[in-house]
Design a protein around this ligand. Structure first.
Ligand code: ADP
Ligand code: MG
Length: 564
């Protein structure tokens, strides 16, 4: 007896709902995407009780006619694609025709819609079953009201109820949709309170301020580049504003927010050395690509996109981000508040060193030799040393404090990074094998990748001791280099020479840099500033800590209450 049966459409929709609308935030996403596809210029999202009680999306888009308002609830019913060839160049956010059917199968939905110069229509579905239809009064556009989400799927309901992250998930989705569409006015109302609204004026500065908070765009860098028919636009917030998670690095492709680990990493790499270790920037990357070079049909939620040439794209993103940040003269951070949090033990309060040695020297730092990069640091006149660590300078704009250790580290870092750029292939053979303290796991990694290591100039004997190493590597850096290479091999089966260079340069530069509390002569200070001017990025140490901070005239006068 045959036992296979075709599922009825209600059951099929409920199963699809598990993928498309796994939580209230996905309902918000799908419905707002429909409003965007319907060419709305104003979209309002209202949720009550984390979206479990109600989610109401109102738009002023094109609306639907009577038949479409019913067909929209059918699975695989869409106005966005007609045949297979359409799949190759999708410009709308939706195309699978399953969201409304899926949502309606796990909630109670009232759809109200009205086309220009037509009568309004209202259609109601409960748990995927048609309940009633009729006329409705509303302005042109569509209102989708979703009540009692997951009321008929108790397992899902229970899971969501206990999840307080739901509200944040809704806000996150809203943010991305709004950031992807600067031309649309968005409102988000949660439990009857307006949480966020955007103006829809196509102005990224006000849009980002609306989404992330006021004045976030202060010091923002914008770039726009076209490479091989791909337009890449970046909005890079000031690296001084950092986050401990990567989620505020957003990538958009043709107006669609996507999740792509490689491209996010490219942005992080581009910001590299402008950021503190373990901190991440806020940045938006908008890509405009010929849709035939993309596949968006990877997953029902359409968060994933396959690019024809992802690695090359990542390379360009990293390069443009880096270039743009370097081009911008970063304002030296204006306040002391955030700088020393991690290292509060370094200075002892009010230990001002007037530096006898220095007072006697007539030389002034005012007239340092000009060179190519001089414009990156302003003219500075030496004032004194604070706490044996911070060199004070002044100019017409205010007072500057330079952290001598951070500054020296930056200079050494760039020096070593450059000198490691073209590593000499020659191998230094060791008279005595160098024993490495390695775990058995690490040894296994080395044995499995001997060829790659040999290629770089690292040779081992039977006992896994090092017998040859590249001439450019300092003996004191062996341990660090091996450790860095092993972790790269574990992670990606390859040794990335540029990461290795970076790690080594950071370590060498830190070890040899002048320590805090070492007293310096004026000519030493002069040399530091002079060298710093030749650096690509004189503003931070290689770990992202500032080399300088500035107190503006205004700020000082305000502290003395001379101005308000
Ligand atoms: N807000 C809306 N305004 C106008 N038409 C809509 C709206 N929401 C849905 N529709 C219509 O309903 C259809 C089905 O929507 P949906 O199930 O989300 O599938 P898809 O978006 O993949 O086409 C859409 O193709 C569209 O024609
Ligand atoms: Mg849709």
């Amino acid at each position: 007896m045959s036992i296979i049966q075709q599922m009825n459409s209600k059951l099929a929709n409920m199963i699809a709902a598990g993928e498309v609308v796994d939580r209230p935030a996905s309902v918000v996403k799908e419905l707002v995407e429909n409003s965007i596809d319907a060419k709305a210029s104003i979209i309002t999202v209202e949720v009550v009780d984390m979206g479990m009680k109600s989610i109401i999306i109102t738009d002023n888009g094109v609306g639907m006619d009577f038949l479409d308002a019913h067909l929209a609830f059918d699975r695989h019913a869409t106005s966005k694609i007609m045949n297979e060839s359409d799949l190759g160049h999708i410009m709308t956010l939706g195309f699978r025709g399953e969201a409304l059917a899926a949502i309606a199968s796990v909630s109670k939905v009232i759809l109200k819609t009205r086309q220009k110069d037509q009568e309004g229509i209202e259609v109601t579905y409960h748990g995927g079953v048609f309940v009633k239809d009729g006329t409705s009064t509303l302005n042109q556009g569509t209102i989708v009201e979703v009540y009692d989400l997951f009321y008929n799927t108790p397992a899902r309901f229970k899971y969501i109820k206990s999840d307080l992250a739901e509200r944040q998930a809704i806000i996150d989705i809203f943010d991305r949709l709004a950031l992807a569409h600067p031309d649309i006015r968005f409102n988000l109302i949660i439990d009857n309170k307006t949480i966020k609204s955007t103006y829809g004026t196509n102005d990224f500065f006000s849009l980002i301020d609306q989404i992330y908070g006021s004045k976030m765009t202060h010091g923002m860098t914008v770039f726009e580049e076209t490479v091989q028919k791909v337009r890449i636009t970046g909005y890079l917030l000031n690296p001084q504003i950092s986050r401990s998670r990567k989620k505020d690095i957003s990538i958009f492709v043709n107006g669609r927010y996507i999740r792509n680990y490689k491209l996010i990493q490219a942005v992080i790499d581009g910001y590299h050395s402008f950021m503190m270790v373990g901190k991440y920037p806020i940045a938006l990357i908008h890509l405009e690509i010929d849709p035939s070079l993309l596949d968006v049909n990877v997953h029902p939620q359409k968060y994933e996109v396959k690019f024809v040439n992802e690695s090359i794209l990542a390379y360009y993103i990293e390069t443009y981000v880096k270039q743009a940040l370097l081009k911008k003269t970063h304002p030296i951070p204006e306040t002391l508040n955030t700088i020393r949090k991690e290292e509060k033990d370094i200075y002892t309060p009010l230990n001002i060193n007037f530096g006898e040695k220095i007072i006697n020297e007539p030389e002034s730092l005012n007239h340092l030799e000009n060179n190519l990069k001089a414009e990156k640091l302003p003219d500075l006149e030496y004032v004194g040393i604070f706490s044996g660590t911070y060199i004070l300078f002044q100019n017409q704009d205010g007072l500057y404090l330079m952290d001598q250790h951070a500054a020296a580290e930056r200079i050494r870092y760039e020096h070593y990074f450059k000198s490691l750029a073209n590593p000499n292939k020659a191998v230094k053979h060791l008279l005595f094998a160098h024993h490495l303290e390695l775990t058995s796991d690490d040894l296994l990694v080395i044995q499995n990748h001997l060829e790659k290591l040999n290629h770089l100039g690292f040779y081992f004997n039977e006992q896994n001791e090092l017998v040859g190493l590249p001439v450019w590597l300092n003996d004191s850096e062996i341990e660090l280099a091996i450790e860095a290479m092993v972790s790269m091999l574990v992670e990606k089966e390859a040794i990335d020479l540029s990461i290795l260079r970076d790690k080594l340069a950071k370590d060498i530069s830190c070890k040899g840099a002048i320590k805090a509390n070492k007293s310096l002569s004026l000519s030493e200070i002069n040399a530091i500033v002079k060298n710093l001017r030749t650096c690509e990025n004189p503003y931070t140490c290689p770990h992202g800590r500032p080399t300088f901070i500035k107190l503006s005239h205004y700020e000082i006068e305000r502290m003395f209450k001379r101005v308000v």
